[in-house]
Write a new protein. Structure first.
Length: 199
């Protein structure tokens, strides 16, 4: 039910709303003991939050690069071991550009990049967890996003190769870690390093 406010001006422009996503983190032994099928192992993580007046995302690529480097350092990983990057691209053009440019700066090498927003549209506050879920499914070999995405619609211009989310055929050949990165609303920046779960 949507309440009516006769005295309010007519709405116009974009009216973002929060999406929802769920993420279960559990020790690998505990997950296996209860019969779960782990999608990926979280081996590295870093975050930073910037205070902004307007709830804007981080628009500074150097902050994103710093967070990505710290996440890789927490698990002793070097950029060449990163097989793919999932960018959250939450919907703010400047923030999305900073996110992709910062990742490219931190990695210093071309890498397969996945942008779920190209297939699903802008997810705003749900974008970070969606990026993490896509990364985990890619490592598990059952990518959840099958629709083809036109690479002619990049989200920002950057050295990363923007492609559709990997399907099972793509993810089966992933040899290395997947990096999920977000520079979302409120100035939060985070990077997750995920690796394939050993059999």
């Amino acid at each position: 039910v949507v309440p009516s406010f006769p005295s309010a001006p007519s709405p116009s422009g974009l009216a973002p709303a929060d999406g929802a996503a769920a993420l279960v983190l559990q020790r690998l032994d505990d997950a296996r003991r209860r019969g779960a099928r782990p999608l990926a192992a979280l081996t590295g993580f870093a975050r930073e939050t910037l205070v902004t007046d307007d709830f804007a995302p981080c628009r500074d690529p150097s902050v994103v690069a710093r967070v990505v480097r710290r996440a890789l350092a927490t698990c002793g990983m070097t950029p060449p071991r990163v097989a793919a990057v999932v960018l959250s691209a939450s919907g703010d053009p400047e923030g999305d550009r900073a996110e992709a440019t910062g990742v490219a700066e931190a990695l210093g090498t071309p890498v397969h990049a996945v942008v779920p927003a190209l297939a699903l549209g802008n997810l705003f506050a749900a974008a970070p967890l969606t990026a993490l879920a896509v990364a985990a499914h890619a490592l598990a070999g059952d990518g959840p996003l099958a629709p083809a995405v036109r690479s002619a619609d990049p989200i920002p211009p950057c050295p990363l190769e923007l492609r559709a989310p990997p399907d099972a055929a793509d993810s089966a050949s992933l040899d290395g870690a997947v990096l999920a990165v977000f520079a979302g609303p409120g100035g939060s920046v985070g990077a997750f390093v995920l690796e394939r779960v050993p059999p």
